[in-house]
Write a protein that binds this ligand. Structure first.
Ligand SMILES: CC(C)(COP(=O)(O)OP(=O)(O)OC[C@H]1O[C@@H](n2cnc3c(N)ncnc32)[C@H](O)[C@@H]1OP(=O)(O)O)[C@@H](O)C(=O)NCCC(=O)NCCS
Length: 284
């Protein structure tokens, strides 16, 4: 007799699980994004439930820890054939137990939000996914930006910690290898903003975008988009309406909206006014 779903063991995922993770994402209509899974399974902790029929993974999610003050939960996925049978709830309860006193944050889709609400997460913001072919604006004078140099990384990590409110040095240290392009904005000789572009099979994702103001955010996005003829994608904090409007004026279209939800804290730490887009919805 096969093991009931409620008793299937939850195990840690490894980099050997890249293909089953991508298969699971594809099963739910998400892109395969092997590149992102590689980062998440290296920098974060993946949890999974093996399919009792031997068909890869039945469920998975990844938790990226940023010390005692925050961990991000992402890539919560249950294979369509096991939907609505309690696996998502089991995984999230496990994540909450493992996290202990560490506050959690995630970007919820409409499918995940009811579950997270039931488990005690509360809404604390939103992001709008926007994508397509970016048209480089003609005569708009924007602040200048430059490619990041290896020596900038400690400064970027400090700036990121100031704006995000938690130390993400392990993630920032991986950015140069993960991203295709990494650019910084400066005020005199002080780095005030940075942004990266990284590849998925279909698009270049622009994120994170950290900037002192919307003009600098535009400049960073523009300089990253200019270097590629691929479509781009971003998840922009909905409070940055001016940036969203400008992106739409320049060819991008709205796709999905996600809800920022937190557990153990009322909202994300840091300075949202300088945080325009996350690295990815899975990491914040
Ligand atoms: C969201 C998801 C992980 C839930 O997993 P699941 O195993 O199907 O969920 P569970 O069976 O544990 O259900 C827990 C509760 O979540 C809610 N829920 C689950 N699926 C839902 C759906 N499609 N629509 C609305 N509510 C849903 C329900 O309240 C459900 O409780 P109930 O069945 O007793 O009413 C799964 O639907 C999924 O992988 N969706 C596609 C990817 C996605 O959007 N992931 C969330 C990223 S934030």
């Amino acid at each position: 007799m096969s093991t009931p779903l409620s008793e299937l063991p939850i195990r840690l995922l490894t980099r050997g699980d890249l293909a089953p993770c991508a298969d699971l994402a594809e099963d739910r209509g998400w892109a395969r994004e092997d590149h992102k899974w590689r980062l998440l399974l290296t920098a974060g902790t993946g949890y999974g439930i093996d399919d009792p029929e031997g068909k890869g993974l039945a469920a998975a999610c990844v938790v990226t820890s940023f010390g005692p003050d925050l961990a991000a939960v992402g890539m919560m996925l249950v294979a369509g054939r096991y939907a609505r049978q309690g696996l998502g709830r089991r995984l999230m309860v496990h994540v909450l137990r493992e996290a202990g006193d560490t506050p959690l944050a995630l970007y919820a889709t409409q499918y995940g939000r009811p579950l997270y609400q039931q488990l005690g997460f509360t809404d604390s913001g939103g992001a709008e996914r926007i994508g397509g072919r970016f048209r480089i604006p003609g005569r708009e004078p924007l602040p200048t930006t430059r490619p990041a140099a290896p020596g900038d990384l400690p400064v970027l990590a400090r700036l990121d910690a100031e704006v995000l409110g938690v130390d993400r040095t392990p993630m920032i240290a991986r950015l140069p290898a993960f991203a295709d392009r990494l650019r910084v904005a400066e005020d005199g000789s002080t780095i005030t903003g940075y942004a990266a572009a990284w590849p998925t099979p279909e698009t270049d994702v622009i994120g994170p975008v950290v900037a002192p103001d919307v003009e600098t955010a535009k400049a960073l996005v523009c300089s990253l988009a200019m270097d590629s003829d691929r479509p781009v994608r971003m998840d922009v904090d909905v409070r940055h309406q001016e940036l969203l409007d400008w992106l739409k004026e320049n060819g991008l279209e709205s796709a999905i909206r996600t809800t920022v939800m937190t557990y153990g804290i009322p909202e994300l730490p840091g300075d949202w006014t300088r945080r325009f887009a996350p690295l990815s919805l899975a990491t914040g």
